[in-house]
Design a protein around this ligand. Structure first.
Ligand code: MG
Length: 230
C-alpha cells in the first residue's frame, strides 16, 4: 500500500464510526424498564440475550431470507419468547417501535471519530459503505452529524449487494469514479469489511477493537491510529 496513491477512504458505519454496541446496550436496558416482567433479570444478561438474538436474526436478513420488517418482528418475538412469553406479530411490531425510539436517542459516535474525520476530510474523499437498511442508516448518519463529512453513501439494501461481496465495493468505486487501488476501506469486521475489500482490489485497514489474534498487517485498535497509514 502506497500512501500517496490513496485518495478515497471508505468507512464502515456500525461499530466503526458509530458505537452501535453501546447504543444497543443502553437502549435495551432502558426498554427492559418498561416491563415489570423483566424486573428480576440483570441488565447485562438481558442485553446479552438481545444481542445474541439480534446477531442470529441479522444473519437471516443479510442472507436475504427475511425482510428488514420481518427482522424487527423476529427480534422482538425472539426476546419475549426467550422469557417464555408469546407475542403476536402486531404486538412485536409495536414493541419494536418503542425500542427503536429509545435506540435512536442512544446513537453515538466513538469519542475520536469526529476528530479523525476532521483530519481526513480535506485530504481524502470520504465515503460510507454500510450493510443495512438504507432508511435507517441514512437517519443514523444524519442524527450523528456524519453527513457533513461524506460525499457519497453506499448502503447494501439500496444497491442489492452486501459486504463482503465484491460487487458492493465495485459499485462504490464506480459511483465515485475511482480505481480500487486508490481506495482504502476502514472497518471493524475482518471477514466482512477487509476480506471483501481485498477481493475487490481495495486496500483495507481493520479496526480491531476487540484485539482479536491476527497477523493481518494493517490493523489498528482505535480510529485515531489511522494517522499511521493516512
Ligand atoms: Mg461494522
Amino acid at each position: 500500500m502506497k500512501k500517496e496513491e490513496i485518495n478515497v477512504v471508505l468507512f464502515d458505519l456500525d461499530d466503526t464510526l458509530v458505537n452501535s454496541k453501546k447504543a444497543e446496550y443502553n437502549a435495551i436496558c432502558e426498554f427492559k424498564k418498561l416491563y415489570s416482567e423483566f424486573n428480576k433479570i440483570e441488565d447485562v444478561d438481558f442485553a446479552k440475550t438481545w444481542s445474541k438474538i439480534t446477531m442470529e436474526i441479522y444473519e437471516k436478513y443479510h442472507n436475504g431470507i427475511i425482510s428488514f420488517e420481518e427482522l424487527r418482528i423476529e427480534r422482538m418475538k425472539g426476546l419475549f419468547n426467550n422469557y417464555s412469553m408469546d407475542i403476536s406479530d402486531e404486538d412485536a411490531k409495536m414493541k419494536f417501535k418503542d425500542y427503536q425510539n429509545i435506540y435512536e436517542k442512544n446513537w453515538v459516535l466513538f469519542d475520536d471519530a469526529k476528530e479523525v474525520l476532521e483530519n481526513l476530510k480535506d485530504r481524502y474523499k470520504l465515503v460510507i459503505l454500510s450493510n443495512g437498511d438504507g432508511k435507517q442508516q441514512r437517519k443514523k448518519i444524519e442524527y450523528t452529524g456524519l453527513n457533513k463529512y461524506f460525499s457519497d453513501i453506499v448502503i447494501s439494501s439500496e444497491v442489492g449487494y452486501s459486504k463482503p461481496e465484491k460487487e458492493i465495493f465495485e459499485i462504490a468505486c464506480k459511483m465515485i469514479n475511482s480505481k480500487p487501488e486508490n481506495c482504502i476501506m476502514v472497518g471493524d469486521k475482518y471477514k466482512v469489511d477487509i476480506e471483501g475489500s481485498l477481493k475487490a482490489g481495495i486496500h483495507g485497514i481493520w479496526v480491531n477493537r476487540k484485539k482479536e489474534q491476527s497477523s493481518y498487517k494493517y490493523q489498528i485498535k482505535e480510529l485515531n491510529e489511522l494517522t499511521k497509514y493516512l
